[in-house]
Ligand binder design. Structure first.
Ligand SMILES: Cc1cc2nc3c(=O)[nH]c(=O)nc-3n(C[C@H](O)[C@H](O)[C@H](O)COP(=O)(O)OP(=O)(O)OC[C@H]3O[C@@H](n4cnc5c(N)ncnc54)[C@H](O)[C@@H]3O)c2cc1C
Length: 432
């Protein structure tokens, strides 16, 4: 390991963790009985609990770790309309009507973040900074330009192209052949969102407990008997909000979620002159690679937070940090001697159709599978599934109406990931 690339106070915990306000959870006995038990205390679980608690349902949120320990305190804080498949692909799978509804909900997930910020008054550092999406090959720039000219059939993207000659106004690298700007994409301050959401959910009357794993969920004649690390709870309804950390608690869900590692480094503080030259805007940044790089400045504009899917099976952030540093330097050679202050990873929940899913099976509710784009979508579908469990949902979400596929022989261990990543790496090299 090259120790000169790490700061003396280097940490393998998320950069956000040091800056997050400390929300104290009230000490309480585990209730014997609740109306709704939510498994998982991330964005999905808390947004669901906010709804059920507000509807007067006795709500208990349990997390196996500290609430927020999962992706919800590890992410890059980039927000888009959160749908991976193109509109054309959605139409070919589901028909135009459903494709349109799915896209409308993609937009609704972005709008929901504005709602949390403006209407709920949550200080989540939401800013409409826009996204620059770089083309790493000339023909991919041409493809982006064609898409930009056509516009999106559902979203008002207001996107515009940035040719290579104008790149300096967006980014100080010559590694992109230009790119596209989506001006409505947003960033949040990840260190603020989860703590404030937890505070709101507590204020609404929900009980939240960390370090209390749910071990089994057993169906009863009515409701569920839930075995936890701290004893048994009888619950009228259960909401599964475990996403990339969905273990054997529900085999049906485990067979549908593919946990994939995503990795981030934070740099030490970089001089203002270099930051302003390399990153003249506050945009969130990504590119056309299949194994995408996603990066941004920290909210105070002092550090670069650089993320990617670097590895075949790496779970050690020390190893992934060096790979990410190398990738960062390939885009910005000037950062070669900038050291790493934090490196961390988390498991995002992918699905076989690269779409999120939510639904219910006789009192067992779920929302998951955000495919690495869950800040907005997990929040939105968490809210929707909470409304459904409360009986106040007006009509089912489009994500609830499509089937949630699995594959033969898949039981939750993605044995096919290593070869897929190798193929993606090759495709990225040739831009196919
Ligand atoms: C490195 C990284 C970068 C990312 N960057 C972005 C980004 O820039 N933009 C974006 O939109 N998305 C991003 N994401 C994805 C996004 O963070 C997630 O989609 C979102 O946070 C999912 O929230 P969640 O509540 O569903 O899951 P999580 O936040 O992962 O929470 C699941 C929780 O379930 C708990 N749990 C699991 N099993 C049990 C059990 N049996 N009992 C009790 N608790 C249990 C876990 O402890 C965990 O806390 C990123 C993810 C990672 C890892």
């Amino acid at each position: 390991m090259r120790s000169d690339l790490f700061t003396d106070d280097f940490k393998t915990s998320p950069y956000w963790q040091d800056r997050a306000p400390d929300i104290q959870l009230p000490a309480s006995e585990l209730p014997n009985e609740v109306d709704v038990l939510v498994v998982g205390g991330g964005y999905t679980g808390l947004n669901a609990a906010l709804q059920t608690a507000r509807e007067g349902l006795g709500t208990l949120v349990l997390d196996a770790e500290r609430p927020g320990w999962g992706c919800s305190m590890r992410n890059g804080g980039q927000i888009s309309t959160s749908l991976k498949p193109s509109f054309a692909r959605l139409v070919s799978r589901y028909g135009k009507e459903t494709a349109t509804k799915l896209c409308r909900e993609g937009q609704a997930s972005l709008d929901y973040m504005h709602h949390l910020s403006r209407v709920e008054g949550m200080d989540i550092g939401l800013r409409e900074v826009g996204r620059f999406h770089g083309a790493h090959k000339p023909h991919l720039y041409e493809r982006l330009a064609r898409e930009c000219a056509l516009g999106h059939p559902v979203w008002q993207t207001d996107a515009h192209m940035v040719p290579r000659a104008d790149m300096a106004s967006e980014l100080g690298t010559d590694q992109y052949c230009g790119g596209i700007v989506y001006p409505h994409h947003c960033s949040i301050d990840v260190s603020k969102y989860h703590p404030h959401l937890m505070d709101k959910t507590l204020q609404a009357g929900a009980l939240i407990r960390g370090h209390c794993p749910v071990l089994t969920i057993e169906r009863q004649k009515s409701g569920f008997k839930v075995q936890t690390g701290d004893g048994e709870v009888v619950a009228g309804k259960v909401i599964l909000a475990t996403n990339g950390y969905s273990g054997p608690l529900s085999h049906w869900h485990q067979r549908r979620i593919i946990p994939i590692g995503s990795y981030v480094i934070a740099t030490e503080e970089i001089s203002k002159e270099v930051v302003d030259r390399l990153f003249p805007t506050d945009r969130i940044l990504s590119d056309t690679r299949k194994l995408v790089y996603y990066y941004r400045l920290s909210p105070d504009r002092k550090r670069l937070l650089f993320g990617g899917r670097v590895s075949l099976g790496e779970t050690d952030p020390l190893n992934s940090a060096l790979k990410l540093h190398r990738d960062m330097v390939s885009l910005f050679p000037e950062l070669a001697t900038v050291r790493i202050s934090h490196a961390w990873m988390g498991f995002v929940g992918y699905t076989f159709d690269t779409l999120a899913h939510c639904g219910e099976d006789k009192g067992l509710y779920y929302a998951m599978g955000y495919c690495g784009a869950g800040v907005g979508m997990a929040s939105y579908l968490g809210m929707r599934i909470g409304q459904k469990a409360s009986g106040i949902e007006k009509s089912a979400s489009a994500f609830d109406r499509i089937s949630f596929p699995t594959r033969p022989l898949y039981s939750g261990t993605p044995w096919f990931l290593a070869p897929s990543i190798l193929v993606y790496r090759l495709r990225d090299r040739f831009g196919v």
